[in-house]
Design a protein around this ligand. Structure first.
Ligand SMILES: [Zn+2]
Length: 261
């Protein structure tokens, strides 16, 4: 299931019409006092692998480039950010290489809110670059599964934002040894306007720069005290299910130009 585990001849033998490639992207950035810097990439990759397991054999997960667009976390130690153009160039070079090898279906699976707008730009601009040759899609998994997360969450508005009820539970399920819940602090940030929300399910209706350190002393947005491994298992299963259903549909999308989609 992992692209990098295969040999070059094995990649060469894959059916170009059927194979879907997933590129997980996330971030290396602060996740409060209680979760690791790699949380977003670990979760995106974990979901890709879980979905690929269900959809085998016509799906592979690419190695993640790990870093994302995280300037809003830079006041916290350990955070690393790419410039927007660097991330776009990095993903464009990866996708371009895959298209040169004849792959036609590539999905960018994003796990970091700060990348979301760029993922939209990358998917549409790369889709135009390779129009008629390859179908490129991009998604942010917690936006794709927003309705399911809203059903499962226990917290009120503001409780699922960053290193929150949702992400903490997901990591308690996927990488429990990396979560230090005793160090977690719950914070419901106030933006002071109804147009800007820190809730990842609700989202903001307007874009602007929000520096996390201005809104939360620990970098947490939300309520990790409501997280549990059981809740994480439910969130993870729901997100996997939503991703699998999308990928089943995506596998049928036409690649040739001139079609409706
Ligand atoms: Zn995160």
């Amino acid at each position: 299931m992992r692209f990098e585990d295969l040999t070059s001849p094995e990649i060469g033998a894959l059916d170009r019409d059927k194979t879907v490639l997933l590129l997980p992207i996330g971030s290396v950035e602060q996740h409060g006092n209680h979760m690791p810097l790699g949380t977003d990439t670990m979760l995106a990759e974990g979901l890709c692998l879980a979905a690929a397991e269900q959809l085998a054999p016509n799906i592979l997960v690419l190695p993640s480039p790990w870093y994302g667009y995280s300037p809003h976390h830079m006041r916290f130690p350990g955070s690393i950010t790419l410039r927007p153009d660097t991330l776009r160039a990095l993903v464009a070079d990866i996708v371009g290489s895959l298209v040169r090898h004849g792959f036609r279906r590539i999905v960018i699976v994003n796990g970091h809110g700060g990348n979301a707008n760029l993922v939209g730009v990358m998917a549409t601009s790369l889709g135009e670059d390779y129009y008629g040759k390859a179908r490129i899609a991009g998604l942010t998994y917690f936006h794709l599964a927003a309705a399911e997360i809203a059903q499962l969450r226990k917290s009120e508005k503001g409780g699922t934002g960053h290193a929150c009820e949702f992400e903490t539970a997901m990591m308690q399920h996927l990488r429990p040894g990396l979560v230090r819940l005793d160090r977690a602090a719950s914070i419901y940030p106030e933006t002071g306007t109804p147009y800007l929300s820190t809730d990842l399910v609700e989202g903001s209706r307007v874009s602007t720069y929000l520096d996390f350190a201005d809104l939360s002393p620990t970098g947490t947005f939300g309520d990790p005290s409501l997280a549990s491994p059981e809740q994480g298992e439910r969130f993870f299963a729901a997100c996997t299910d939503v991703l699998v259903r999308f990928l089943e549909d995506f596998a049928r999308w036409p690649v040739a130009g001139g079609s409706k989609i």
